[in-house]
Write a protein that binds this ligand. Structure first.
Ligand SMILES: Cc1cc2nc3c(=O)[nH]c(=O)nc-3n(C[C@H](O)[C@H](O)[C@H](O)COP(=O)(O)OP(=O)(O)OC[C@H]3O[C@@H](n4cnc5c(N)ncnc54)[C@H](O)[C@@H]3O)c2cc1C
Length: 234
């Protein structure tokens, strides 16, 4: 029987099946955690509050509540007390997917603002002819190329089954691409000027959608701690 409440669950308000990590041996820390597949029909399962968010409006986020929730033995994932290993390998693929999400948002914001800069005329010239706008476009294009390289490298490692060996690369990829996503979407809003701030144009949404990648799957600060730990270990 599982007991507890978990906040911040992506698709919690609509999901049918959830992977839940729970303590099964209280004295053993991470070695006492197991992973379970919990289905919405299980007795003791309920949903809590759904949150209003800045971005990611297409993916509802909410709370899950487990009160004496009966989970059949066959729904244990892997072996008892080996949940932390499953969690860690899942986190690396999640971080790779979040890097891809940041990359896509960055590319969308860049392509939209590039076209806008070519079309928008000020002082008799397209704003793309101004070197300060060109400088923004150059940084965007370059950072997208680098984001693509690191994301594809991570995806290739995951494809080869190296999910447990890719801690460093997954943290590099998520941390780097999330920062790029925020920088590029903010610059895209800037290139569009006042129009960038309006909901009539997509870049304000992209800016709001870029932010969660610096928080979910382990915050930027936690990625830095992981990277430092990997760099400092013998
Ligand atoms: C839209 C969205 C969807 C999410 N979906 C899921 C989900 O599906 N499943 C799930 O499990 N979680 C989910 N989360 C939760 C997310 O993983 C957490 O919000 C995130 O890990 C940060 O934890 P916290 O909110 O408790 O912040 P805290 O841990 O309280 O952190 C607050 C601040 O302190 C910093 N901090 C914390 N510890 C340290 C430290 N040791 N050193 C330096 N700085 C530190 C953090 O980086 C952050 O800046 C989601 C979050 C969001 C916003």
């Amino acid at each position: 029987m599982l007991n507890g409440t978990k906040t911040f669950i992506t698709n919690g308000p609509v999901g049918d099946v959830f992977v839940v990590y729970a303590k099964t041996d209280m004295g053993k820390g991470p070695r006492g955690v197991s992973a379970f597949i919990v289905e919405k029909e299980f007795p003791g399962f309920s949903r809590g509050k759904q949150f209003e968010k800045l971005g990611w409006r297409g993916s509802p986020t909410g709370e899950l509540i487990l009160e004496d929730c009966k989970v059949p033995a066959e729904n244990l994932m892997g072996k008892e007390n080996e949940g932390a290993r499953i969690l860690m390998s899942g986190l690396n693929t999640e971080r790779t997917a979040l890097a891809a999400l940041s990359l896509g948002i960055s590319r969308g914001a860049y392509e939209f603002s590039l076209k806008y800069a070519k079309d928008q005329v000020q002082f008799g010239k397209p704003i793309a002819s101004f070197q300060l706008i060109q400088s923004k476009l150059v940084d965007m294009a370059m950072e997208i190329e680098l984001s693509r390289l690191i994301t594809y490298k991570c995806a290739a490692m995951a494809d080869k089954g190296l999910v447990e060996e890719m801690n460093l690369m997954a943290s590099y990829a998520k941390l780097y691409t999330a920062g790029v996503g925020m920088r590029i979407t903010t610059e895209a809003v800037q290139i569009l000027g006042g129009y960038g701030y309006l909901k009539e144009f997509p870049v304000e949404r992209m800016m709001r959608d870029a932010k969660p990648q610096q928080i979910g799957g382990g915050t930027d600060e936690i990625q830095r701690l992981i990277i430092a730990r990997e760099l400092l270990q013998d």
